[in-house]
Structure formats: C-alpha cells, structure tokens
Design a protein around this ligand. Structure first.
Ligand code: NAD
Ligand code: UDP
Ligand code: UDP
Length: 342
C-alpha cells in the first residue's frame, strides 16, 4: 500500500467505514496509554483536533472518563479499559506511552507502579515492534534523583537511591528508558524519550498530593498551604499546553532523545506558596509539615537540547498558567459541592 492508500484505509477502518471515498484526511492512528489522565487527556485533545484517530488505553487507576468524555461519539476516538501490564494487540502508527501512576500518594501501591513502568512499557514496546509503530516514552526528571548537577542536562546520569520509597517510580522510569533504548537499538523500534519536569494545569487530580494541586485546592478551600520541610527546595513548573506541544514535536521529529521538557523558571516551595497567595487569596496561611524521605533538593531543566533540535521552548509562565488551573479547580471543587447539596 502506498502512504496515500494506507491513510485512506486507516480512516475508513476507524470511522467504521463511514468516510466517503476520496475524503481522506492526513490523520494517523495513534494510541495514547494513560490518555484518560491529566497530561494524556490534553494530548488527546490536540491529536483529535489535528485530525488523527486516537485510541486511549487506560485502566482508570488515576485517570477518569470525565477527562475524555467530550470525545465520546467522535468516530475518530476510542476508549479501551485495559491495564498495560497485560499484553495488547492493536494496529497503529504511533504510541504515546503515558500510563503510569504519577503522584507520590500512589507510591504506596509500589509494586503496581513498578510493574506498570516495567512490564507495561515492555508490552507497549512489543506492540510497537510488531506493528512498526513509533514509540514515545514519557519519562521523568526523577531519573536524575536528588541531582548533584544543576540545572540538569540530559547527559547527567543522576543520583538515585535504588532502595528508597520513591524507587518504584524513578528506578521504574529508568528501567523503562533502558527498555526503550534496547528495543530501539536491538529491534529497530523508532523510539522517542521525553524527560518531563513538574507539570500543572486543568484536570490535575485535586487530591493527589502534588504540590501545585495541593496549594491551589487548599487556598480555594480556605485551608492553610502545607509546605513540607523548610520550603527551600526548588522545582520548575511547566504548564500542560507547553508540555503537549513538546511531546508532539518530539514524536514528529527526527531525534530519539532523551529530551528534557520543562520550564526553566525555578521556584522554592515558599515562593510557589506566595504565587498561589497572590493568585487566589493573599490571606492564605502557610503551615510547615515534615518533609518526605528522599525529597530532591533542587530541580531545574536545561532545555538547550530541546530548543536546538526540536525548536521548542515553554511559552506560559507560572503566573500566567496558574489562573487557568485555578478556574478549573474552582469549578470542580465548588461546582461539585453545589450539586451535592442540591
Ligand atoms: P495521571 O496519573 O493523571 O495519568 C496517568 C494515567 O495512566 C491515568 O489515566 C491512569 O489511570 C493511567 N494508568 C496508570 N497505570 C496504568 C496501567 N497499568 N494501565 C493503563 N493505564 C494506566 O498522570 P500524568 O501527570 O498525566 O502523567 C502522565 C505521564 O507523564 C506519566 O507517565 C508520568 O510519569 C509522566 N510525568 C508526569 C509529570 C507531571 O508533572 N505531571 C512529570 C514527569 C513525568
Ligand atoms: N506484546 C503485546 N502486543 C503486541 C506484541 C507484543 O502486548 O502486539 C507484548 C508481548 O506479550 C510480550 C512483550 O510485548 O510480553 C514483548 O514482546 P516481544 O515480542 O518483544 O518479546 P517476546 O514476546 O518475544 O518475549
Ligand atoms: N510539597 C509541599 N507541600 C505539599 C506537597 C508537596 O511542600 O503539599 C513539596 C514536596 O516536598 C516537594 C515539592 O513540593 O519538595 C514537589 O512535590 P511534588 O510531589 O509535587 O513533585 P516531585 O517531588 O515529584 O517533584
């Protein structure tokens, strides 16, 4: 089949045969694992808008149907409830592999996180190999551990505790990167690796324990903002639309990576709390709590590589992005309450 025919064939197939002959689009068949989650659902929105056919594979461990419900009924959208730890047979052109519980509160389901990262990634790589699909892994800045280099460059190998409480996540992602490179070198799978730095935005889980979602929900509920430790540890916060743009450029580009995708604007947790106060409630109180074990002290991406090779850099600053998330949280927190009491 020529590319032309293949493209028609795909659309014809996924539209249940309803696309009239000759009315082909440029769309590709794309799987997004974890597509009912926070980042995945925003990616799905962009792919559908671009004209692709999207299959979301998700077991709803942390994601929700509500995040993709607006695509129900679209013939270019399918949702499969499936745990990627089990094998999966599909015919597709690209796989965005995002499935993974990504917040610290789930580190208590340690084995599940590790299995998803390792067995789940192995299965999706096996799928990519069998059908010749391009495969993108969403890895994490956590592969740098508690970094001894600042900011972090992709060539840095990291400082990771192999037996700590976060190891299922950071070592799991390191293994996922290893598998991805092995399938790339050994089996010829077209691979892409993104190392994502802390990302926030609408549709984040409200109570998943990540710092931005915690502070925003706390300020809206008139509760004190819980700063862990002395609050001098730093993170760099990226708005979700910037990340999605980076992931798509990486997938469509020529380079395997790994690429850091993050916003280099660096904030201490105290500074973040102050931005949340400015945005939501200047009277919000700050309360200090003991920090978690193995908490990285600093984190900031060096994004030179992504700038040079992908022509990508973030556009949305924390002060611009936070209000967009706040209106979504406000609606979900107070909208729900109204319904409950009605
Ligand atoms: P999320 O929890 O909102 O989304 C993850 C999705 O994967 C959820 O919909 C969940 O139900 C699904 N999932 C989990 N285990 C699964 C399994 N075994 N089979 C099928 N589906 C499964 O998290 P997110 O923030 O959207 O993260 C998406 C990806 O980006 C993750 O791989 C995460 O590690 C990576 N990442 C995110 C950030 C961030 O700050 N948000 C930072 C670094 C890396
Ligand atoms: N796999 C899958 N879907 C496919 C092809 C493979 O889920 O379309 C799984 C398969 O079950 C295996 C993993 O991917 O557990 C790795 O597959 P591969 O063919 O690389 O290894 P093998 O099956 O030879 O061990
Ligand atoms: N943190 C905090 N208050 C909270 C939640 C988290 O001060 O309510 C801190 C946490 O100790 C860490 C930083 O915020 O230093 C980022 O935590 P998060 O879990 O959001 O991301 P990660 O540690 O995975 O980068």
């Amino acid at each position: 089949l020529t590319h032309h025919h293949r493209v028609f064939y795909q659309d014809h197939f996924h539209a249940g045969g309803k696309v009239p002959l000759g009315l082909k689009t440029k769309g590709q068949r794309i799987v997004v694992t974890g597509g009912a989650g926070f980042v995945g659902s925003h990616l799905v929105d962009r792919l559908i808008a671009r004209g692709d056919s999207v299959i979301v594979v998700d077991n709803f461990f942390t994601g929700q149907k509500e995040n993709v419900m607006h695509h129900f009924g679209n013939p270019r959208f399918e949702l499969i409830r499936h745990d990627v730890v089990e094998p999966l047979l599909l015919e597709v052109d690209q796989i965005y592999h995002l499935a993974c519980p990504a917040s610290p509160v789930h580190y208590n389901s340690l084995i599940r996180v590790y299995k998803t990262n390792v067995v789940g990634t192995l299965n999706m790589l096996g799928l990519a190999k069998r059908v010749g699909a391009r495969f993108l892994l969403t890895s994490t800045s956590e592969v740098y551990g508690d970094p001894l280099q600042h900011p972090q460059v992709e060539t840095y190998w990291g400082n990771v505790n192999p037996i700590g409480v976060r190891s299922c996540y950071d070592e799991g992602k390191r293994t996922a990167e290893t598998l991805t490179m092995d399938y790339h070198r050994g089996a010829g799978v077209e691979a892409r690796i993104a190392r994502i730095f802390n990302t926030y935005g609408p549709r984040m889980c409200i109570d998943d324990g990540r710092v931005v979602s915690n502070f925003v929900a706390q300020a809206l509920r008139k509760e004190p903002l819980t700063v862990y430790g002395d609050g001098q540890q730093t993170r760099s916060f990226q708005y979700v639309s910037d990340l999605v743009e980076g992931l798509m450029r990486l997938m469509e580009g020529e380079h395997v990576g790994p690429f850091n995708l993050g916003n280099p604007g660096e904030f201490t947790m105290i500074e973040l709390a102050q931005v949340v106060q400015e945005t939501i409630d200047p009277n919000a109180k700050i309360e200090f709590r003991p920090n978690t074990e193995d908490d990285p002290h600093k984190r900031k991406p060096d994004i030179t590589k992504a700038k040079d090779l992908l022509g990508w850099e973030p556009k949305v600053s924390l002060r611009q992005g936070l209000p967009l998330m706040v209106s979504d949280f406000r609606q979900r927190i107070f909208g729900d309450q109204k319904e409950d009491s009605a």
